[in-house]
Ligand binder design. Sequence first.
Ligand SMILES: [Zn+2]
Length: 418
Amino acid sequence: MIALEEHTPEDRAARERLDARAEAMLERTLGWARMNTGSWNTDGIKGFAPGLADAFAELEADIRLDPPAPIETVDAKGHSHEIETGPILRVAARPQAPVQVVMSGHYDTVFPPGTFEDIKDLGEGRINGPGVADMKGGLVVMLEALKAFEASALKDRIGYRIVVTPDEEIGNFASAHALKDAAQSGAQIGMTYEPAMESGAMSGGRKGSAVYDIVLHGRAAHAGRAKEEGRSAIAAAAELALGLETLNGAREGVSFNVGRIDGGGAVNIVPDIAVVRFGARAPDAQAARWAQGEVERLMARALERDGITGHLHGGFYRPPKPRNGAQQALFEAVAGTGRALGLSLEFQDTGGVCEGNNIFAAGVPNVDTLGVVGGRIHSAEEYVVTSSFAERAALSAFILNRLADGRIDGAKIKALMG
Ligand SMILES: [Zn+2]
């Protein structure tokens, strides 16, 4: 069989086509970057979605905009609220094909309206703008790679489901069900379009990430006349926060961070409410279970305090994505494919999380930094390397070609998940 590193006629056709699309890819990305889709900008998100769906209608696939699940938030008084975001784009093609792939990306950004909206040419093949790398550029790369693949005779070998979400930057709470559903519809391999690093390197192992809100209720009393009748929710919260911070270092790779405490009111009133908001990271499933157990232990200890009640919200919304046998085999296949394009791709472990964590948790090995090359993401200096549009779209098209012609065996890689 022809090697991963060699070119088939389909590879050459995809390369040529995508080189010719480089300018169009950049233009579409900049057009999308000009439309604000900050995660909480529900109007902007809803306004953007129909154009996104129109673009994906260029594929030979069924397109749907589905309503998202509501996002639960806990306010400073400990009350839960539901917030609505925009639709989830779901695309499906050829469910009977022998090879099935799940692809994902997000169309929200971290930038609220009015914070970072300008697009600037930085010279030397770099363009600065909101979401140009993370990840409107990535969405364009995904779409063009699929169009190139669908132009080839190998098309019928691969079916796919795509999920493009409105809420990745705030944790995928509205769209996690759609990612899971798409991944578990028979997918062998997952492909997600977060940006590659400035060096061109991609992400390897990822930790899992949890967010929690612990609501504690005490009893209010006048601090001067009847302090002894009060039960301080803030005292309970303070003990809990110290307990969480003390866990740092207790287990390899696990960390806790108390990010915020809400509560109380006037200084002459014993506070009857406090909300402790914190995050946790863990490198693998056992470590995540340990972390969850420690949170529950500290919560139980807080509730043992006289007059304190409360409840716990949250958990590991993105489970860990360690380098297991399946991930390692997939990374090697992608690295081999990269060599066909003259790229030497490296995979670096990171504490950051993305939709690749969700897809891994659904049982599908995946590579999650197939988008453009860029840098300074989540800052007003975010930029994209313009030459990476054609290069990274070709990388995806080449991966699809190899999955289709058997040079990459998706079923075999998935079987290594155990
Ligand atoms: Zn992103």
